[in-house]
Design a binder for this molecule. Structure first.
Ligand SMILES: [Zn+2]
Length: 671
């Protein structure tokens, strides 16, 4: 019998036949699909004919269709509905898959064919999109080291494997430090803490086998503790332990690991012909050069620091009123900022929640997409992997566009956070394929299900990613939808969050679950103002981390990363009461793997663009200006990675983004 994952799917819109698939099907399907993919790759590499775009690049695009099917089903359920069996499969699959893909990118015969095409690219009469796919394919091989020979090749393999194991050690040390430390609290120490913190502290105590409640170093517990505990001595003790993660000496100390990682990255970049690791890393990004990143971050840094310094004075005076003398310290900031927030714009979550019903917020996200892009959504009754999942058919002018799936509720089998993925990405080659896109969130269930304001933003955010997939209109899957530079991919999602804040959207869809009344104006204003609170602090702690990350990789690797960190912070005039959001010994974004190394800036880069892009609508005549909407779809949402991100943005906006809209949005300069 054919494995149901590899069979032809005869379901509506060829959605995976989840009901027919059992966990035992995954391992054999994966092995079979990898074998098939390897055979396809070998055939392309061994083709005796002269390389052509069709027999090499297009053949590579078409290869691995079975593997795509297996992975789309597996990653969907492994992330959103896991179980011990699926967890075990994931542990087995992940090294197999990385070996599989690195085998392809280091296949010399294959690389020679691609390199031959690249050398003759001017004579191949390629379309703009084909030229782009050839460039990306070639660049991918070169960056993976396929052009290296002999000793250099061997050294590259050594570096990669050493970096992988250092990244794992870094993560494990950090987890160990976070797991091992906790601070016992007496009943008296709990005074002043709100119920949810007390409950979390008790639950953490039970989990650690402690006598009573405890504070741990988990962000979700220590941050509210620092925010609410009136006990300055306890805040200091907890903060110091939190800041020392990965730098406690002994076996779990990450400082030497960080130094070795930076050294190896530099060597790797130089082997590949780059001046330094940041040049290598940023080559594929919209920012392109370290100087452009630094320039942008510094434009944000100055006003953020000015705001933070002014806020520090206010908080210091509040602290003095409490009878505490001396400077405001890092363990004081959150506590006094919370007091100030409560005094200045207290927003009662309990009062707000009934206005944010999940179903109405889904409707709101659809209604905006209808007004902007003419999309229509019709519920679709298809079996999926969990009864909580819902599906819609998305059409425009009566024509099928995509299937959209929403899996909104938290459950034990789902990993935390929220994400969007394409179970099938849009493409026209080798055959027309319409996207199937899923948004996964972790909202609390209820009848009706009610959201916090952050939840509602998350819903719009993920739906923005979904639009990027659903409106994609390119030929090749490798550049479709969200297959764009990392510092560009959050533009559509963060941009879409702005429509939630459009007063007429909230007025229509934020209606009270019982009375049906729209949200009162006062509450609406409070919601919008609360979003800007304490942005001096938040911007400073983030930008400081991003600048240290950049300094580590832009130039020779520092022999002592901690000294380098101190030097960068001193140069910036880092406010004394604000710590880096992630200091070096626990900066997992940068050291656990390569993902965000010299790339931590990208969150802010995207935010600069989304603020600037939404300003384009406001300047043009409002949030639903039809010409702007068309320009957004034509130049950004439909184009995937078919052109350089900078060119796409220029085509949409007519100029590159400036930081003013972001600074206004964060309340760091006057609107
Ligand atoms: Zn996102």
């Amino acid at each position: 019998m054919t494995n149901p994952i590899l069979s032809n799917w005869t379901t509506p819109f060829e959605i995976a036949p989840f009901a027919d698939i059992s966990d035992d099907d995954f391992a054999p399907a994966l092995d079979q699909a990898m074998t098939a993919h390897n055979a396809e790759i070998d055939a392309i590499a061994a083709n005796p004919d002269t390389p052509t775009f069709a027999n090499t690049v297009e053949a590579l695009e078409a290869a691995g269709a079975q593997l795509d099917k297996v992975l789309s089903v597996f990653f969907t359920v492994a992330g959103a509905d896991s179980n011990p069996k699926r967890e075990e499969l994931q542990r087995v699959f992940s090294p197999k898959l990385s070996a599989h893909f690195s085998g392809i990118s280091s296949n010399k015969a294959l690389f020679e064919r691609v390199a031959d095409l690249w050398a003759r690219r001017e004579d191949l009469k390629l379309t703009e999109e084909q030229a782009r796919v050839l460039m990306l394919t070639h660049r991918g091989f070169v960056r993976a080291g396929a052009a290296l020979d002999g000793d250099e090749d061997a050294r590259m393999q050594e570096i990669k494997s050493r970096l992988a194991s250092l990244g794992t050690s870094f993560t494990q040390n950090l987890l160990a430090d976070e797991r091992d430390w906790f601070m016992d609290l007496t009943e008296q120490d709990l005074q002043g803490l709100p119920d949810f913190v007390v409950n979390a502290a008790r639950a953490a105590g039970a989990e650690k086998g402690a006598v009573g409640p405890v504070v741990t170093l988990s962000r979700s517990l220590i941050v509210p503790f620092l925010q609410f505990s009136p006990r300055r001595d306890l805040r200091e003790k907890a903060y110091r332990a939190w800041a020392a993660r990965g730098a406690n000496g002994g076996e779990t100390d990450n400082r030497d690991i960080a130094a070795e990682i930076l050294d190896l990255r530099e060597e790797r970049a130089k082997l590949l012909g780059y001046d330094n690791f940041a040049d290598y890393k940023l080559e594929t990004e919209m920012a392109r050069t370290p100087d452009r990143v630094r320039e942008l971050l510094m434009q944000v840094w100055e006003p953020a620091k000015a705001r933070a310094d002014a806020d520090a004075e206010i908080l210091t005076r509040m602290m003095q009123k409490d009878g505490v003398n001396g400077p405001l310290e890092a363990w004081d900031w959150r506590y006094y900022a919370e007091k100030r927030r409560k005094a200045e714009h207290d927003l009662d979550e309990a009062e707000l929640k009934p206005y944010l019903q999940l179903d109405r917020m889904i409707e709101a996200s659809f209604a905006c997409a209808n007004r902007l892009f003419g999309l229509e959504f019709k519920p679709l009754n298809v079996p999926l992997y969990h009864p909580d999942c819902r599906a819609w058919e998305v059409t425009r002018n009566g024509r099928h566009v995509a299937v959209f799936i929403g899996d909104y509720f938290a459950r034990g089998s789902k990993r935390s956070g929220a994400w969007c993925s394409a179970m099938r990405a849009q493409a026209r080659f080798p055959k027309e394929q319409a996207p199937i896109v899923i948004n996964v969130c972790n909202f609390a269930k209820g009848d009706p299900a009610l959201l916090s304001y952050d939840d509602a933003r998350t819903l719009f955010h993920e739906f923005g990613h979904a639009l990027h997939q659903m409106l994609s209109n390119v030929t090749y899957e490798s550049i479709s939808g969200t297959s764009v530079a990392r510092d560009f991919v959050e533009l559509p999602s963060q941009l879409y969050e702005h429509w939630l804040e459009v007063p007429e959207v909230l007025a229509e869809f934020a209606t009270h679950a019982e009375t049906g009344e729209p949200m009162p104006q006062v509450m609406l204003e409070k919601v919008l103002n609360a979003a800007n609170f304490d942005q001096g602090f938040q911007t400073v702690e983030y930008v400081a981390s991003a600048l240290v990350d950049l300094a580590f990789h832009d130039g020779d690797a520092p022999a002592d990363p901690m000294a380098k960190q101190a030097e960068v912070l001193a140069g910036l005039g880092m406010p004394q009461a604000i710590g880096m959001r992630h200091a070096t010994p626990h900066f997992a974004h940068v050291f656990a793997g390569d993902g965000y190394s010299s790339g931590y800036y990208s969150y802010m880069w995207s935010e600069v663009m989304d603020a600037d892009a939404f300003a384009a609508f406001e300047e043009a005549g409002g949030a639903f200006d039809p010409e702007r909407a068309k320009a957004l779809e034509d130049n950004i949402l439909s184009t995937g990675g078919s052109r350089e991100a900078e060119d796409l943005y220029l085509a949409f906006r007519g100029r590159l983004p400036g930081v003013d809209a972001l600074l206004k949005g964060r309340g760091l300069i006057a609107a």
